[in-house]
Design a protein around this ligand. Structure first.
Ligand code: ADP
Ligand code: MG
Length: 624
């Protein structure tokens, strides 16, 4: 007898489920997409324990015919396409007919639905792929699906789920994007009975942005509506003043799908190039509607790879749309563009050569040429990530997060050791000479020149300041146990994700002397701060801090958290470079040299460079 056998349906479904359903967010996404495809304009999502124990989705879409109930839990059952041609014309979000069967294979599903043309609806319970019960019932039009006990029959996969909070964060993130994408749909979303998102479905995108990102962002939005040769770009970009330390508040939708096109993200970022400092990222919610024929979206829903017919043209058009909007603002509202730490806006130059060359170079007629273009070197790398990202596949994100964190962690400790060793060497060599600092003067209002022993030092006064501040704040976090009540509590308007981050770190914050209270909705107030944080822009501090902390997937190591808090805080407390007197300069250097690792500012830039007498003499050929 042969040993090859055909797997039974349950096994096949479970294997398929492994590809489609990885964690709660995949279920939420599939079900919401079904609701959207069914024409719903109101969608309620309720999850418990990050979706592990309970996911409930209710919509007011067209519902499911009683006669169709038999097949919807079958794999490859779909009402959306029937032949291959349909596939290419399909505007619906899902069309493989795999979601319901996959979800039902790994959990307990209760589906209640009534089609808009029928009087009676149906209720079906399916568990681990087996139908347990079915009845006809009178319900209101639409569909509601309950998913309980995810992975009850595959314990290994259950074990790989993250903490409830982490799962909830990715679900929130995804729903926020969907809400931005579909301002015409009212979303109601809650986790463990707590409402996290509520949109009205009015169709006004700026209103959704207001609800998600709060008043400050809303007040600093610039509307974009630009005709492009292949379609239209519209939505909102944030004024430079509300830029962030990461890309969390950037969303780009193409034909109503959330995508992460490296090419287009880069075009937008470049559009801001003369308006933003390095490592700052603009806020934007942009939608591109484009002739589907001019692009190629990989039809696998979890691979959001997009290729465009004429990428360089699209790049340029988007770049200019963003840039022109900012220049327009510049004319009307100069103050908005000033960097906080710098005195003047850098001159707005024409498109840099680099950008031009790069764009010119990309004139691919087909994909293989694209692969050889200079863009693709970046693109390929990035595309690899993107193929796996999109909203659909969080597995990649999960892996890379863990990887990134580990890498970061080890880099952090290595760097720390290096810096401390350099300082040690310095003190050994110059221990006494430090007593005699001779300030020579200041160059470009930025660098202090000083002679110490046999060495000429050039100190970046800004970096030095930052470093000293950083250490002072670190010390504060380590030693101070007193908080200072703020005269005027700071009110923070948070997104669902930020709120979860605040909750996750609440204990840590309290331990450091921050007093934070829930204020209602997604607003929180900061009533007290550690003594050394008094006089600081607390709103700004928290905006940045939550960005940073939100990137860590679990509550990080306390040393690293401290490091982040102080790092962010010292930025919030520093003013731009000015003239300083010799005495102040000397004081600054002395303070700096007292520190354990004086040579690098908290962001890794050097605080000073040195040139020994010997090096100078060699340069002038006094010695050979
Ligand atoms: P797909 O969405 O890829 O077609 P699914 O397994 O997600 O496959 O759903 C199977 C079918 O069930 C859909 O094609 C649709 O006809 C029906 N369906 C699923 N969810 C809903 C819903 N919320 N409202 C109406 N019909 C639905
Ligand atoms: Mg579907």
């Amino acid at each position: 007898m042969g040993i090859i056998k055909i797997l039974d349906k349950n096994v096949i479904d479970q294997i398929a489920a492994g590809e489609v359903i990885e964690r709660p967010v995949s279920i939420v996404k599939e079900l919401i997409e079904n609701s959207i495809d069914a024409g719903a304009d109101s969608i309620e999502v309720e999850i418990k324990k990050g979706g592990k124990s309970y996911i409930g989705i209710r919509d007011n879409g067209k519902g499911i015919l009683q006669d169709d109930i038999d097949v919807i839990f079958e794999r490859h059952a779909t009402s959306k396409i029937s032949c291959l041609e349909d596939l290419y014309e399909s505007c619906s979000l899902g069309f493989r007919g795999e979601a319901l069967s996959s979800i039902a294979a790994v959990s307990k599903v209760t589906l209640t639905t009534r089609h808009k043309y029928e009087d009676l609806g149906s209720k079906v319970i399916v568990q681990g792929g087996e139908e347990l019960a079915r009845e006809s019932i009178a319900v209101s039009k639409g569909t509601s699906i309950l998913v309980e006990d995810l992975f009850f029959n595959t314990p290994v996969r259950h074990k790989f789920l993250k903490s409830d909070t982490s799962e909830a964060v990715v679900v929130s993130d995804m729903i926020e994007r969907l809400a931005l994408c579909r301002a015409d749909i009212a979303f109601h979303y809650s986790n463990n009975g707590k409402e996290l998102l509520n949109t009205t479905g009015s169709g006004d995108l700026s209103e959704v942005i207001y609800r998600l990102y709060g008043k400050e962002v809303y007040d600093n939005l610039l509307e974009i509506d630009a005709e492009l040769s292949v379609g239209r770009l519209f939505g909102y970009i944030g004024k430079p003043v509300i830029s962030r330390g990461n890309r969390n508040r950037q969303s780009l939708f193409i034909n109503n799908r959330y995508v992460k096109s490296f090419l287009l993200m880069k075009a937008i970022q470049e559009g801001y190039s003369s308006f933003l400092m390095q490592h700052r990222f603009p806020v934007f919610v942009l939608k591109l509607s484009i002739d589907p024929a001019s692009m190629d979206v990989n039809v696998h829903p979890s691979k959001m790879e997009v290729n465009f017919e004429s990428p360089s043209l699209l790049y340029k058009e988007i770049y200019h749309a963003v840039r022109n909007r900012l220049i327009e603002l510049d004319r009307t509202d100069v103050t908005q563009l000033r960097y906080e730490n710098e005195t003047e806006v850098t001159e707005i130059t024409e498109v840099t050569d680099a950008t031009d060359n790069r764009s010119e170079a990309v004139q691919p007629q087909n994909r293989s040429e694209f692969a050889d273009s200079p863009f693709s070197a970046m693109d390929l790398d990035f595309t690899k990530q993107l193929m796996k990202s999109g909203v659909a596949d969080f597995s990649y994100q999960k892996r890379s997060e863990v990887y990134r964190e580990r890498e970061e962690e080890s880099r952090y400790y290595e760097a720390k050791e290096d810096k401390e060793k350099a300082a040690e060497d310095f003190r050994k060599e110059y221990g006494e000479a430090v007593e005699n600092i001779r300030i020579i003067g200041q160059a470009f209002k930025t660098y202090i020149l000083a002679e110490i022993g046999d060495t000429l030092y050039i100190v970046d006064q800004h970096a030095a300041h930052e470093k000293i501040n950083f250490e002072r704040l670190m010390k504060g976090l380590n030693e101070e146990r007193y908080s200072q009540q703020l005269l005027k509590p700071a009110v923070l308007q948070l997104t669902a994700k930020e709120e979860l981050t605040v909750q996750r770190y609440m204990e840590v914050f309290e331990q450091f002397g921050f007093e934070i209270e829930h204020f209602g909705g997604q607003a929180y107030t900061v009533r007290a701060v550690p003594m050394s944080f008094y006089n600081m822009d607390i709103n700004r501090l928290f905006v940045e801090l939550l960005d940073h902390l939100g990137e860590m997937s679990e509550v990080g190591n306390i040393e690293r958290i401290k490091d982040r808090i102080a790092g962010v805080a010292c930025k919030a407390s520093i003013k731009g470079g000015q003239n300083i007197s010799d005495l102040e300069a000397e004081h600054l250097i002395r303070e700096l040299l007292k520190l354990e690792a004086p040579f690098q500012c908290p962001h890794g830039r050097p605080t000073m460079i040195a040139m020994s007498r010997y090096e100078l003499e060699k340069k002038f050929k006094r010695i050979v």
